[in-house]
Every structure is written in C-alpha cells, then in structure tokens.
Design a protein around this ligand. Structure first.
Ligand code: ME8
Length: 663
C-alpha cells in the first residue's frame, strides 16, 4: 500500500491587519477549511495557508494612532487573528506573516529573479493613489474618488521599480487558454480575459514614499509595493526559495474574494512567469456577503462578526449557513433571520433530530447495540439507493466547489430517512420474531443512512459530525474516513452506540438574534478599552486588538508582560450546566479574596459535581465578559490536549492555599 499521497496546497488571502475578521474573511477561511478537510478525506496530503498582510501606509498610520511601533502593532494584530481562527476551529497548517524573515527573503529573491530575467526597470510614476486600498487607481484624475471604497485619492509621483507586466499579455492569454480552469468561476474568467486583452500597463512594484515595507536590497529607501509583497506570501509559506524541498508549490487552489481576483490571476502568474517559477493551478473567486445590499466593510461599519454567532449557535451553524445559503461564486445577503431559520429547520429539525431519534429507538429496542438487518423490502432498498447515489453526487459537487448543492444532496438523504422512519413506524412494531426482525431492519437502515450523511457532511460540520460519529459507536475518528471507500452497508451490527448529545437545541428566533446582536455590539464597542473609539467600529476593532497585552516583535514577551497576568489558586464551590450552551459550565470559584462567577468551556469533559472542591488555576485579572449571555469574571486554566483540543484542568499535586498567586 504506502503509496505516496498526492499533494494539495490551498490558500486564503493574507488578510490586512487594520481590523479583525468579519464574516467576509470568515467565509473565505471556512471554505478553505472545508476544502482542506474534504481533500484529506479524499486521501490528499493537504497544506492550507492563511496569514496576515502587514505592510503599508495603513499600518503606519494605525500604529501611530495607537502610539506603538509598527512591529508591535502588527504582532498584536497577527496574534489576534490567529487566536480568533483557533477559537473558530479554523486552523490552517501555515500562518504566514509578511513581516516574517522567511517571507522578507522570499520577496527579495523573487525580485532578484524578475530583475535578472529583464522584467524589472527603474522609472517614475505619477498617479492617483488610494491609501486605503494601497493601490494606484488606473485612469483616475486628481480629485477623483477611489472606485472601490469611494474615498478621495491622492496624487503621487515617485521613483519606482516597474515590473514589465505589458510583456505578459500574450503569455497570460495563452496560459488562460491552455488551462481553462485556472480562473473560476467562468464569469470571472471572461472578465479577466477581456481585461488582459484590453492591454496591460507596466506595474510599479516599489515605493519610496512608504517606510513600513520590505526593503529592496541595496536600493533603500525603496520598499516593495504591497501586492508584490503580499502575493509572494503564498510561496514563502511553503519554503520560499527552497520550495522544492517541501514539495507543495505550486498552489493547487488560491481562494479569494472577487475584489482581488485581478491581482491573483494577472499579476501573480506574471510575476512567477518572469521568475520562471511554476504557476498556481487555480484561482477561485467567490462573491461578497452583503449587508443591507452593500459590501460589508470595516470602513462602512456594517460588519457582521463571527464570534457572537458562534457563541449563540455554534461554529457548525455558521459554517453550514455560509456554505448552504449562497451559491459559491455569487454574492449573497447576510441576515441573522435567515441564519436562525436555517439553524432550526436544517440542523435542529434535520440532522440533530434524525440523530437523536435514531439513537433513542435503538437504545429502547436493542439495548443501544446496532441491530442486524433482516430480509429487505423494496422500500429499504430504495433508501439505500438514494444514499448510494448521494455519495457520488456529493463528491462531485464538492469537487466543483458547489457546496450548496452538495449540502442539498446530503439533506435530501436526511429527508428521505425521516420519511422512511415515518412510513415504516418501527415504534408500532411489537416483539414477535417477525416484527423484531422488521424493526431491526428499519433501524439498521436508518442508522446506516445517518452514518453516510455524517461522513459526507463532515467537511462542513466538523464538530457535530464528530459527535454523531461517536454516537454511532465508530471507533476511528470521522476525520479519518476515506470518502473514496464510503459504501452503503458498512455499519457493523452489534456496534455499541456512544453517548447521545443534543446537537442543535432548538432556539427561539427573536431571542437568538437579540443575543447575537447584543454580543456584537459589545465586541464592536468595547467600553473598557481606553484607546478604542466607540463611534468608529473599524477603529474599535483595531484599537481593541492593539491594546490587548500581546507579543513583542519576535513573538516573545518580556517578564513585565507575563507579570501583567494575575493567576491564583481557586477552589470550585458550585458548578452547573448552562441551558443552550452544551460546552459551558457556570462555576463559582473561591479565589481567596472573593468568590467569582466564571464560565468554562469544559462541559463536555467534566461532570459538574466532580469539580466541586477541586483546586484550579484562575486568571483573575481578565476583563469580565459575557458568554452565552452569562457573565464570566476570570478564566480557568486548562491544557488543550489532542487533535480535538480536549481541556484538561491545570492543578496541583501538593496542598496549596486558596488565593496563592502563581508566578
Ligand atoms: O485584500 N464577503 O485583504 P483583506 C466575502 N491583504 N468575502 C469577503 C468580504 C465580504 N464582504 N470582505 C472580505 C486583502 N472578504 C489583501 C489580500 S492576498 C495576497 C492579499 C474576504 O483583509 C475575501 O476573501 O481586505 C476578500 O478577498 C478578502 O477577505 C480581503 O481581505
């Protein structure tokens, strides 16, 4: 066996550090995460890269406003981005920062190759420049506004290095023709082809007016222009000049929003052609999530944040909505109302209900052991065929990035399973031998349908499908399922079922929306942050992240930073579950000087009663916050163990006094 796996390298954009992720950024990263999981389940050796784009005038300004050096500002923001992705379970294999030394070297190396091959020259450029988008606005006159963001442009003349983009018109058109799948979807491909056919102007790739950038070696004060810098991050993440050693380059898939398709499908392949490096296989541009029919953006202040949604409905609900609601590639409107409606109808009443119904029936009738199918009737074979056909269809849809259609097909099987149960009514069957065999047949069939939809839905719903998988008593993790080997009939009779969870508790729509909005308001206007300006949401986001205690330039902190964190020995007094939050426990903890209420995300691993009297480590000087509407004043320290991040509480082997400080 031990065949070498085929590689698959995919990327999200490298996001700007002037704010924190909103639903738009989350969307691209969720798609990347779903593709990453899917490709792994198809047997690929997958690497996914995300990261932060940290240079340019905007950062210079934001750091100045925050009163800290740029290096410190971006280190804090990069940490905040990384932490949020981790919190959302969107863990990329590589997180590249454009201030990483490896990246700096890669950009300088790429420039040298382009220059040696004759595609770089020095000249002057005067034009209208949008400092918000870090781009000269082609064909704009003084006084014109930026067509993308609507803000005024500035006239700029500088000595630049130019990249001979004009030399690549024909090579690019030949390339698009030879690889018709390079730009997706089709509509974007046509748009780019006409753009390139219209002629390409040379591109200035360095600046002398910007200080905060990667220096052009021996040519200071030239620093690299943001796109030459940013795009190269995809290559730096997998080895830079030594990319051949890692074996991941070229990228198989660059996922981007339609706003940056031109940079990815024109500039980027041209830079690589000039350097004679391998070209990426595909650039996929999705549409925008709109809020009130306008593109969501930090500057407009109409952003939707991921964290409040996740804390009320769970990450899987957000992932499902993003991928199910909008045809991938097209724009879509974001609405809390539609989100909660989908949650209740498709997740609570759909997958959640099928799982709990199936488990309850098997528990009641077969002592929680998967029954054995007896003689099969035509209706049993009919649902089996539906599931069998769905496997092929879903894989094909995923391959084409048709997530909504893939999920539709999976939910078609869920609906078929519901209908089958309702028609067969196994609960009406008695205990005669014949009726027991029939009951066993119907329940095995239903459980097998559930197993198939669970495996197929895993790339989109990682958390909940892992629970259903365990409920079905499957020993190996659902992440390890090989989709190519998924067949009807693999559910082994006699398998003991695992623990049943309420996967998606039904939720009142207006209450859910109210809670999400309240949390979003709190996050956008963090009252406690001194440097935050409550009126400007983008500012508040940037400032909030930039004023939190965070890492120094090299990702290290000084002892003075560590001593800012106050940790004390606490003793748990009471512990209870929180209705509607299956991960959280509400604890009261004695920390010596007072009793604190603290929420901890450990409910799936610790029984509340087992915690009473236990000594724990508490971070006592965290600003209080609300989790699922419950105030939490402090944090319990736990190790995060294994691939699922199981929490294991920190504790002591010797007797320690309550309230003692950890140093
Ligand atoms: O452009 N709907 O970074 P950025 C859908 N640093 N997706 C959205 C969105 C929305 N409303 N808003 C943002 C940059 N996105 C550069 C990229 S790459 C070498 C450099 C997503 O922080 C979408 O993927 O402005 C878009 O392309 C990206 O965020 C822009 O992120």
């Amino acid at each position: 066996m031990a065949e070498k796996k085929e590689k698959f390298y995919l990327t999200t954009p490298i996001y700007y550090t002037n704010g924190l992720p909103h639903i738009g950024h989350t969307y691209t990263t969720v798609v990347a995460d779903a593709v990453r999981r899917y490709k792994k389940m198809r047997g690929y050796d997958v690497v996914m890269t995300t990261g932060t784009d940290e240079h340019g005038v905007n950062v210079e300004r934001a750091a100045k406003n925050a009163g800290i050096p740029e290096s410190e500002f971006v280190a804090r923001m990069a940490d905040a981005w990384r932490a949020l992705w981790d919190e959302l379970g969107l863990t990329a294999d590589e997180f590249v920062r454009t201030t990483d030394l490896g990246h700096v070297r890669t950009v300088q190396w790429l420039f040298r190759l382009c220059k040696e091959n004759g595609y770089v020259y020095k000249g002057h450029y005067t034009g209208q420049y949008c400092i918000y988008d870090n781009a000269f606005v082609t064909d704009a006159k003084p006084g014109d506004n930026c067509p993308d963001c609507g803000r005024p442009t500035e006239t700029l003349t500088e000595e630049n290095y130019f990249f001979k983009l004009s030399a690549f018109q024909k090579p690019l058109l030949d390339f698009y023709r030879k690889f018709p799948d390079f730009i997706q979807p089709e509509s974007r491909r046509n748009e780019i082809i006409s753009f390139v056919e219209g002629g390409l102007k040379d591109l200035s790739i360095t600046r002398t007016t910007v200080r905060w950038g990667i220096p052009v070696p021996g040519e200071e004060p030239h620093v690299f222009y943001v796109w030459f810098d940013a795009l190269t991050a995809y290559l730096s993440a997998v080895g830079g000049p030594e990319f051949e050693k890692r074996g991941m380059w070229p990228a198989d898939l660059h996922l981007v929003g339609k706003d940056i398709i031109r940079f990815h499908s024109v500039y980027w392949p041209a830079f690589l052609m000039a350097a004679m490096l391998p070209l990426p296989k595909q650039v996929w541009a999705h549409g925008w999530f709109l809020m009130d029919a306008a593109k969501m953006s930090k500057s407009k202040g109409n952003v939707v944040l991921p964290r409040p949604i996740v804390s009320v409905l769970g990450m899987d609900a957000l992932r499902y909505f993003l991928l199910r609601e909008v045809v991938f590639g097209q724009d879509g409107n974001f609405s809390y109302d539609a989100l909660v409606t989908r949650y209740n109808s498709d997740l609570a009443n759909g997958l959640g209900n099928l799982a709990s119904r199936t488990a309850a029936l098997i528990e009641k009738n077969f002592e929680s052991l998967v029954p054995k199918s007896g003689e099969r009737k035509s209706q049993d074979d009919a649902v089996a065929k539906e599931a069998h056909d769905a496997i092929g269809e879903v894989l094909e849809r995923y391959d084409k990035m048709e997530f909504a259609r893939a999920l539709e097909a999976i939910w078609g099987v869920i609906a078929a399973a519901d209908k089958y149960l309702t028609t067969e009514q196994p609960w009406t069957l008695g205990d005669s031998e014949a009726e027991r065999v029939r009951k066993a047949t119907v329940l095995w069939t239903t459980a097998e349908l559930l197993r198939i939809v669970t495996a197929l839905a895993h790339p989109v719903l990682p958390e909940s499908t892992a629970k259903v998988w365990a409920l079905l008593g499957q020993e190996t993790s659902v992440t390890a399922v090989e989709l190519d080997g998924l067949r009807w009939g693999q559910l082994v009779p006699g398998t003991p079922l695992g623990k049943s969870h309420t996967l998606f508790p039904r939720i009142d729509k207006s209450e859910a929306v109210e809670r999400i909005e309240a949390m979003a308001n709190e996050e956008l206007n963090p009252a406690a942050e001194p440097a935050a300006k409550p009126t400007a949401s983008a500012h508040a986001l940037g400032a909030a992240a930039a004023t939190s205690p965070a890492a120094g330039p090299a990702g290290k902190i000084g002892i003075e930073d560590f001593t800012k964190v106050e940790m004390r020995v606490g003793q748990v007094k009471t512990a209870e579950r929180i209705v509607g939050a299956d991960k959280l426990l509400k604890l009261t903890v004695d920390i010596g000087s007072e009793i604190r209420q603290i929420c901890a995300g450990i409910a799936q691993f610790y029984e509340p009663t087992s915690l009473i009297g236990r000594k724990v480590v508490v971070v006592t000087n965290l600003a209080p916050r609300k989790l699922r509407g419950v105030e939490s004043n402090g944090m319990i320290v736990a190790a995060s163990v294994g691939p699922d991040g199981r929490p294991v509480l920190a504790g002591f082997h010797e007797d320690v006094e309550v309230g003692a400080r950890l140093k």
